[in-house]
Design a protein around this ligand. Structure first.
Ligand code: SF4
Ligand code: SF4
Length: 719
C-alpha cells in the first residue's frame, strides 16, 4: 500500500491535555487505543477502511501497546477473531462494511453472541446506506436483533463517537455481549475535535501474554446443549444488564424543548441531519437548541422500554425518525406504548418515506407535515414557501438540462489493466456472439457501465463463478465469470473454484490479478507482492492455488497483451475440452503503480538520473474520426478535438495529458484492425549521450526523407 498516513498516525499519539482534530473514523481508531484494546482486525471497505489502513502503518504504536493487528481475508475471519474475548479478558475490535460484510460474518457472529464474551468485543460497522452507497440497501439492525448483540448508533459528533467506543467496551463486558457500533458514511467523515486521553496498554496483550490457556468450560462453546442455556442467558441476564448499563451511563440523550406536548425520537446517527432540518423550520439553531424535545437513541438495540414511555408520557404526539426498513424501532415503540397503556400518537413512516436515505430535504418535508398536524399554532408558511421554491428551482434546472444530456458513468482509471481485458471480451464476442458474463464486486464491476456494458448478475464478493454454476449446464455457450484477486481470496477460491471442481463444472473464470484490493483503497492481499508485516510477498499464488485444486487449463496472460488475451479467451470459450478454465489477467493496479512510480521518478529526477516516460498520441492527419478506439477502450485520456483539416468536419480522436502510456491504445489499434493513427512517444528526462545522438540521427533521417524535422521532440498532446 503506497498511501502514507503519517499525519493521521501522529494524531494517534496524542495524550491527556491534547486536542484531537480529524475525521470520525480516525476518532474511533484513537478511542480504541484509549480503551486498552488487545487486538484489532477487519476487512476493508468503505466507509471504515481508514481504521485498519492507519493502524497498518502504526506498527510502532501497536508494538508499544502490545496490540495485535490482523488484516483478515474476509469478514468471517474478522468476526471469528473476536473468539479471543469469549475466554480471555481481552478487549477486541473488528471492522467491516455492512450490510455485505455482516452477511459474510454472520455465522461467526451467531456463534460469538451465543456463548457471549468476558472481554469487551466491539464491531465497528460502516453502514453503507443511502446516497453514495455501493451495496444493497438493507439494515444491519436485523443482525443485532436476531443474534442479541447491542447496536450503538452515536450522534455524528466526535466526543459522542469516542464516548460510544469507550462505553461500548464497558457495555459489552457488563452484559457479556458483543456490541456493534454503526457509523454511516457521513459519521465516518464528519470532522471535529475532542479532548484526547492517554493510550492505555491492555491487561492482556502481546506484551503481557496469558501464561495458561483458559480452562475447559463447555458452557463457553456454541454447541448443544450449552446453546439452550445461552439463549436463556441472553434474555434473562444479558438484556437486563445491558438496559441497566444504558440507563446508568446515560448512553441515550434526552434534549429538552419548550414544545413539550410533542417530541421526536431519533436514531443517534441521524441527529445532525434532523437538527439541520429543524433549523430550516426555525425550530432549532446550529448549537442544537431545539424547541421540540428529543430522545436521541445512541443505542438503537436494545431499546429501554422505560426510557421510551418516560419520554412519551404526557405528550400528544411523537415523530419516530428511523431510516430504512423494516421500521423495527417504530414497531417496538408502538408495542411499548400499548403495553404501558400510553396513548401518545406515533408518527413515522408515512410522514417520512418507508425507504431511502433521510437527507435534510427528506426530513424537512416530514417535519413540515408533523408540525402542521401536531403544532398548527406555529407559523411555518415561510419555511414551507422556501421549501417549495427550492423544489421548484430543482425541477426547473432539471428541465433546462433536459433528458438528453448524456450520463457520465464512472469508469476504470486511466491505464487500468482491467480495461484491456474487457476490450478482449468485446472482441471475442464479435466472433462467438454474446456470452453470459457473471460479474463480481470490485473495480472490474465498472465494466457494467458504458462503453463495455457487460455483466448479467452480481451475487456478492467472490461469488461470480458460483453464480454461474447453474447457468453453464443450461446454456449452449460456455459462460464467463469475472473475479478480482480480492474476490478470489475473499470467497471465490472455495465458493467458486473448489465447488466448480467438485461438481465437474464447465466454464471460464477470468481472475483480474492487479495485486491489491484496489476498490477499497489499495490494500494488500495474500498474493500481493508486498505484505504489511515484513513487506515480503504474501506467500500465496493464485495460479499455484487453482492448480492445487485440480484445475488443468490455466493461463496467465499480461493484461495489456490484447492479441494473446483474445486468443486465450476465445480458446477457453470454444474448446471441446471440458472442465473449468482459468485465465489470470496479470497487471498491477495502475493507481498503485503510479503512486509508486511518482516517488521513485521524483527521486531519480532530483538526482539527475535518466527517466523515460511513455505517452501515446494520435496523428490528426491519419485519424478518420470514427472513434472506434474510444468505443473499444473507454480510457478517460482518449477524447476528441476539432479536426484541424478544414476539409473534414468530424472531430478527431486525441490523447490528453492524463495518459500514463499503458499501451492499450496501440494494442487495440492492432488487435481490432483499427486505423494506424496511434503513435508512441518516449519523453526522456536527463538524456545521456546516446539519447542525444539517436535523436539527432532520427531527425536527420526524417529530414532526408522529406519529412518535417522537428526542432523539438514531439510529446503527446498536453505534455
Ligand atoms: S483502482 Fe486500480 S484496478 Fe481499480 S480501476 Fe483504478 S487502476 Fe483499475
Ligand atoms: S496509452 Fe491509451 S489507453 Fe493507455 S493511458 Fe494512454 S490513452 Fe489511455
Amino acid at each position: 500500500m503506497e498511501r502514507s498516513f503519517a499525519k493521521e498516525i501522529e494524531a494517534l499519539r496524542l495524550g491527556a491535555g491534547d486536542t484531537f482534530h480529524g475525521e470520525g473514523i480516525l476518532a474511533v481508531t484513537k478511542a480504541l487505543l484509549q480503551s486498552g484494546v488487545s487486538y484489532v482486525g477487519g476487512y476493508q471497505g468503505a466507509p471504515v477502511s481508514h481504521l485498519i489502513d492507519v493502524l497498518v502503518q502504526s506498527q510502532d504504536i501497536l508494538d508499544d501497546l502490545g496490540i495485535h493487528l490482523e488484516t483478515c481475508t474476509n469478514e468471517a475471519s474478522a468476526a471469528a477473531l473476536l473468539g479471543a474475548s469469549i475466554n480471555y479478558p481481552a478487549r477486541g475490535c473488528v471492522t467491516w462494511k455492512s450490510i455485505v460484510g455482516t452477511n459474510v460474518a454472520s455465522d461467526a457472529l451467531s456463534n460469538l453472541a451465543s456463548p457471549g464474551v468476558i472481554g469487551g468485543a466491539l464491531i465497528v460497522i460502516g453502514e453503507d446506506y443511502g446516497e453514495g452507497a455501493s451495496v444493497i440497501q438493507e439494515r444491519s439492525h436485523a443482525y443485532a436483533m436476531k443474534s442479541s448483540m447491542w447496536l450503538l448508533d452515536p450522534r455524528p459528533d466526535l466526543p459522542t463517537i469516542v464516548r460510544s467506543v469507550e462505553k461500548g467496551f464497558a457495555l459489552s463486558e457488563a452484559s457479556n455481549t458483543p456490541v456493534m457500533l454503526e457509523l454511516r458514511i457521513r459519521a465516518c467523515h464528519v470532522t471535529g475535535e475532542f479532548p484526547a486521553s492517554d493510550n492505555i496498554p491492555a491487561t492482556v496483550s502481546r506484551n503481557r501474554r496469558v501464561e495458561q490457556p483458559a480452562r475447559f468450560n463447555y458452557d463457553r462453546l456454541a454447541h448443544p446443549p450449552a446453546t439452550f442455556a445461552q439463549e436463556k442467558l441472553k434474555l434473562e441476564q444479558r438484556l437486563p444488564a445491558a438496559r441497566k448499563f444504558i440507563v446508568e451511563n446515560h448512553l441515550n440523550e434526552v434534549m429538552p424543548g419548550d414544545l413539550a406536548d410533542v417530541g421526536i425520537i431519533v436514531q443517534g446517527g441521524l441527529y445532525n441531519a434532523l437538527n439541520r432540518a429543524l433549523m430550516n423550520l426555525g425550530l432549532s439553531d446550529a448549537f442544537g437548541n431545539s424547541r421540540v424535545p428529543m430522545l436521541v437513541l445512541n443505542v438503537t438495540w436494545p431499546l429501554v422500554p422505560e426510557q421510551l414511555t418516560a419520554f412519551c408520557a404526557g405528550k400528544r404526539a411523537v415523530l419516530m425518525v428511523e431510516e430504512g426498513n423494516p421500521d423495527y424501532i417504530e414497531q417496538a415503540l408502538h408495542a411499548t406504548l400499548r403495553r404501558a397503556d400510553i396513548n401518545t400518537r406515533v408518527h413515522g413512516k408515512g410522514m417520512l418515506p418507508a425507504a431511502g436515505e433521510y437527507t435534510i430535504e427528506v426530513l424537512t418535508r416530514g417535519l413540515l407535515e408533523f408540525i402542521a398536524a401536531e403544532q398548527p399554532q406555529i407559523d411555518i408558511a415561510a419555511p414551507r414557501t422556501a421549501f417549495s421554491t427550492m423544489q421548484h428551482s430543482r425541477r426547473a434546472a432539471q428541465a433546462l438540462i433536459g433528458p438528453d444530456l448524456p450520463l457520465r458513468p464512472p469508469t476504470f482509471c486511466t491505464g487500468c489493466p482491467e480495461r484491456p481485458v474487457f476490450t478482449a471480451i468485446k472482441l471475442v464476442e464479435r466472433q462467438t456472439g454474446k456470452l453470459h458474463i457473471a460479474a463480481d464486486i470490485g473495480c472490474h464491476a465498472l465494466a457494467t457501465f458504458a462503453p463495455f456494458s457487460t455483466g448479467n448478475s452480481i451475487l456478492g464478493y467472490g461469488m461470480s463463478l458460483a453464480s454461474m454454476a447453474g447457468v453453464g449446464p443450461l446454456s449452449e455457450k460456455r459462460p464467463l465469470a469475472v473475479m478480482g484477486d480480492g474476490g478470489f481470496w475473499h470467497n471465490g477460491v472455495l465458493s467458486g473454484v473448489a465447488s466448480s471442481m467438485f461438481n465437474r463444472g464447465d466454464g471460464v473464470l477470468m481472475v483480474m490479478q492487479n495485486g491489491y484490493t484496489s476498490a477499497t483503497g489499495v490494500q494488500y492481499l495474500p498474493s500481493s507482492s508486498g505484505n504489511r508485516v515484513d513487506h515480503q510477498p504474501g506467500g500465496s499464488d493464485i495460479e499455484t492455488t487453482v492448480k492445487a485444486l485440480g484445475v488443468r487449463w490455466v493461463k496467465r496472460i499480461r493484461s495489456y497483451s490484447l492479441p494473446e488475451m483474445v486468443k486465450a479467451l476465445r480458446t477457453a470459450i470454444t474448446t471441446a475440452e471440458q472442465g473449468l478454465k482459468v485465465i489470470i489477467a496479470d497487471g498491477e493496479c495502475q493507481l498503485a503503480r503510479q503512486r509508486r512510480l511518482r516517488v521513485t521518478e521524483a527521486k531519480a529526477l532530483k538526482s539527475g538520473d535518466r527517466v523515460v516516460r511513455t505517452r501515446f498520441g494520435i496523428d490528426d492527419a491519419v485519424c478518420t474520426g470514427d472513434h472506434s478506439c474510444i468505443r473499444l477502450s473507454g480510457c478517460p485520456s482518449l477524447t476528441i478535438k476539432p479536426n484541424p483539416d478544414p476539409l473534414r468536419t468530424d472531430p478527431v480522436a486525441s490523447v490528453n495529458s492524463g495518459c500514463v502510456g499503458c499501451g492499450h491504445c496501440g494494442e487495440v489499434a492492432h488487435a481490432a484492425v483499427l486505423c494506424p493513427s496511434f503513435y508512441k512517444t518516449e519523453i526522456v528526462h536527463n538524456p545521456g549521450w546516446w539519447d542525444r545522438f539517436s535523436d539527432r540521427l532520427h531527425r536527420a533521417v526524417i529530414a532526408r526523407l522529406g519529412g518535417r524535422a522537428a526542432t523539438q521532440p514531439q510529446p503527446a498532446a498536453g505534455e
